[in-house]
Design a binder for this molecule. Structure first.
Ligand code: ADP
Ligand code: ASP
Ligand code: MG
Length: 442
């Protein structure tokens, strides 16, 4: 069995839905497990509806719901060819929009309601595609991700639950060629509707692929694989044909939007290869992510935005043990994870991407020394086989950024990454300089 995930643009119009349905229709005797995102733009509209409802602006929310409903009813007219399925789909969607409207009256709108609203995008797209497949006479069925994916008390995916629930549902629903489920949405430990954060459909696919130990996890999107730099920022980027699991995990975590930040971990632990493919060009080779390391190659560069740097300087750190533990405990207590770290004899600098507890963290750090905070920073990460034996590789990366004021450098944490902390305003020229030095073939 293969797991195939199709993102928002891949199911963004009725035409695209028809095209991808052809891709995931398996050969005789094979089965596919398909994970779908919401149609592109829908989750953003659902966020907008929730934002209005947080502000008690039912009128604003209602107008976004109306626009969305109009769009979906148009899709129904275009997607189905028979009256039977047009009726089925429009009745289903009308119920969905009635449900969304029921939140207009909610008095204390909270994160719980917001998560229910955000889940409707995937619920709508998967039902629409399943109806389409059934109309085409395919043996397809929909399994609700709300029954398959659950997070634990730490908000992390509960792998045992996912494995048992998915195997059970497949066993209860034999004799189908195509199983469809929603990406992104899940239940939390309290049984409430929750999600795996924006872009989380990739994560769903990798969790299910890992749970079922499938042959391959395919992430189908709107580009021909992982590029060697961010194509939204730098011109003339090129697809990378193969990545080692660790390299892909670093790129995803450090900002390559093509993959959800933590989706590679479950695939890596289960040893299931991940292939990134392009729905606009289905026969293109894409990128294969597996356990092979290409020695001595720098693969790609990525950037993570909205980084805050905190520096703590203390003469008490001089020759003292236990200082770093005390510093890290403060971040732990505030459930804030650290990305980069650099130390010297009298100071330590760390970066975080979540500022929600920054005032409390800084307040407590002040007990140990002078604290300086720099906002609007960006981590630029160079990924490849950067083991120390590959003499000169880190020098090439450093040479590329020679004209850029670099705030921190991290090298040696793993063999696959060298990271630079720069100001957000220097991101573009840093990425460009790295592409020119590391990947320019002239
Ligand atoms: P989907 O909706 O299919 O999940 P996303 O928009 O989340 O698609 O991810 C695909 C997009 O990621 C591409 O269109 C591209 O603009 C962006 N992207 C950012 N960095 C990279 C990279 N290094 N390689 C490929 N795409 C990237
Ligand atoms: N629909 C969700 C989002 O837009 C999840 C996803 O597309 O992966 O973030
Ligand atoms: Mg995505």
């Amino acid at each position: 069995m293969k797991v195939m995930k199709f993102g928002g643009t891949s199911v963004g119009t009725p035409q695209r839905m028809r095209e991808v349905a052809k891709i995931f229709s398996p050969q005789e005797g094979e089965q596919t497990f398909v994970v779908l995102s919401a149609m592109s733009g829908t989750t953003n509209s659902l966020v907008e509806i929730s934002d209005y409802l947080y502000k008690n602006n039912a009128e604003g929310a209602s107008s976004v719901i109306n626009q969305l409903e109009q769009k979906y009813m148009q899709h129904v007219a275009e997607l189905y060819t028979t009256e039977e399925f047009r009726t089925k789909a429009s009745e289903f969607l009308q119920k969905e929009f009635m449900y969304l409207r029921s939140f207009l009256k909610a008095s204390n709108f909270s994160a719980t309601e917001e998560k229910i609203i955000l889940a409707q995008g995937e619920i709508m797209s998967t039902n629409m595609v399943t109806f389409h497949l059934q109309e085409e006479g395919k043996k397809a069925t929909l399994l609700s991700a709300l029954d398959l994916v659950r997070t634990d008390e730490n908000g992390e995916p509960d792998l045992n639950f996912i494995r048992e629930a998915t195997v059970k549902r497949l066993r209860e629903n034999p004799n189908f060629d195509i199983y469809i489920t929603q990406g992104f949405i899940c239940r939390n430990v309290k049984g409430e509707i929750d999600n795996l954060q924006r872009g989380g459909s990739d994560y769903t696919a990798c969790l299910i692929g890992a749970a079922l130990q499938t042959d391959e996890i395919q992430i189908w999107t709107d580009i021909d694989g992982m590029h060697n730099n961010d194509p939204r920022v730098v011109e003339h980027t090129e697809p990378v044909r193969q990545l080692y699991f660790e390299e892909a995990a670093e790129l995803a975590y450090f900002g390559a939007k093509i993959l959800h930040p933590t989706c590679i971990q479950p695939a890596k632990f289960a040893g299931v290869p991940v292939r990134l493919l392009n729905t606009m060009d289905p026969t293109a080779p894409g990128t294969l992510i597996n356990n092979d390391i290409q020695r001595g190659t720098i693969k790609a560069v990525a950037a993570k935005d909205n980084i805050t740097c905190i520096q703590i300087q203390s003469s008490r750190m001089l020759l003292a043990y236990g200082f770093l533990r005390k510093v890290f405990e403060i971040f732990e207590q505030h459930k804030t994870s650290i990305d980069m770290i650099c130390t010297s004899e009298v100071g330590v600098s760390v970066t975080i991407d979540n500022r929600s507890r920054l005032p409390e963290i800084v307040g407590e750090l002040r007990k140990y020394g002078t604290v300086q905070v720099d906002n609007d920073m960006c981590i630029v990460c160079v990924v490849g086989d950067l083991a120390s034996g590959n003499v000169g590789f880190e020098t090439r990366a450093c040479m590329a950024v020679k004209k850029i004021p670099v705030r921190m450098i991290s090298y040696g944490g793993t063999n696959y990454n060298i990271s630079f902390l720069v100001k957000a305003e220097d991101k573009k020229r840093t990425l460009q300089a790295l592409s020119e030095t590391l990947f320019n073939k002239d």
